[in-house]
Design a protein around this ligand. Structure first.
Ligand code: NDP
Length: 287
């Protein structure tokens, strides 16, 4: 039976670390980091995410500013708000909750957030910096996965790492972070010929697909670290990962559950990025 990687516990320790650093920023420089969260429309899932982000800000001692805009907000109106926040000294990080309504081009919005306030690390400048390994912000979900792998004590160097999924938000940056840690990285996607054979080679397997239970126990190498990024809502309302937990947990060495694995890490890493942004925007070298 595998060891369960407890995302709630790891994320709590990350948030506690940030809380301490935030207190030091306040004490030494009288600085309170500020995160602006924009939500357009009333998608219930987005609303939950935004509320959780606000709660995390409160916990670590950041100011949060919510901008809840109606569904019919135009692209120009949203750009005006972003421009205002780019120039607002109280705001260190700007997060625009995705997905946006269809009439707004997400890329236009992302490209207009100041790279120094881009706490999601989606701006092309930050994406490029990740590519060359010289970055301030890491995209929150892959960064959270790296913390979870670190919590096992397993060194990535020289390991066979397989990432299933090549999205700009998860799969691609995930692969790059594993590569920076000297893993030997394979990226799989919907056109991969023999997914089972690729997965079976992995010492570290990260599934970021969006297909419930795609990865079964017989696709996993004995003792592997298995990280399940998938968050799929079944018709029953139950949340389910991309990895079939029951069969996989008999084979893997370490495995993340869904929920309670990667999910809690994403918000913790957002707090980390907001702290980093506060230091950059306020020219603080060390907290
Ligand atoms: P995308 O839909 O953007 O990307 C999915 C990727 O999976 C694509 O690269 C696609 O390949 C690949 N894929 C689809 N079907 C298969 C298949 N049968 N075999 C192999 N590869 C396949 O999803 P995201 O990256 O945004 O998200 C992935 C999952 O992670 C989702 O469940 C999402 O909800 C979850 N998620 C969880 C987060 C968290 O905080 N825990 C944060 C972000 C996402 P191709 O490129 O060829 O189409």
């Amino acid at each position: 039976m595998s060891k369960i990687i407890d995302g709630k516990a790891v994320s709590q320790s990350v948030k506690d670390r940030i809380k301490e650093k935030a207190a030091r920023l306040k004490e030494k420089y009288n600085v309170t980091a500020g995160l602006a969260v924009i939500i357009v429309g009333d998608d219930p899932a987005s609303r939950i995410y935004v509320n959780n982000k606000k709660k995390a800000c409160e916990y670590v001692g950041f100011d949060s500013y919510e901008y809840a805009l109606p569904e019919e907000t135009t692209e120009n109106e949203l750009l005006e708000l972003i421009n205002k926040l780019n120039n607002d000294e109280r705001i260190d990080g700007i997060l625009c909750q995705l997905p946006l309504p269809k009439h707004i081009d997400e890329n236009v919005i992302i490209n207009n957030i100041s790279p120094n306030k881009d706490v999601d690390a989606f701006h092309p400048v930050n994406v490029g910096k990740i590519m060359i390994g010289d970055y301030n912000f890491l995209p929150c979900t892959p960064a959270g996965v790296m913390e979870l792998i670190a919590s096992t004590g397993i060194d990535i160097k020289g390991k066979e790492c397989v990432v299933v999924g090549r999205s700009n938000i998860v799969g691609k940056p995930m692969s790059m972070l594993l590569l920076h840690k000297s893993g030997t990285v394979t990226i799989c996607h919907s056109k991969t010929k023999d997914l089972k054979a690729e997965c079976k080679r992995a010492d570290i397997l990260v599934a970021a697909v969006g297909v419930p239970n795609l990865i079964k126990g017989d696709m996993i190498k004995e003792g592997a670290v298995v990280i399940d990024v998938g968050m799929n809502r079944l018709d029953s309302g139950k949340l389910c990962g991309d990895v079939e937990f029951e069969s996989a947990s008999n084979i893997a060495g370490y495995i993340t559950p869904v929920p309670g694995g990667v999910g809690p890490m994403t918000i913790a890493m957002l707090m980390q990025n907001t702290l980093t942004a506060a230091m950059i925007n306020r020219n603080i070298v060390k907290e």
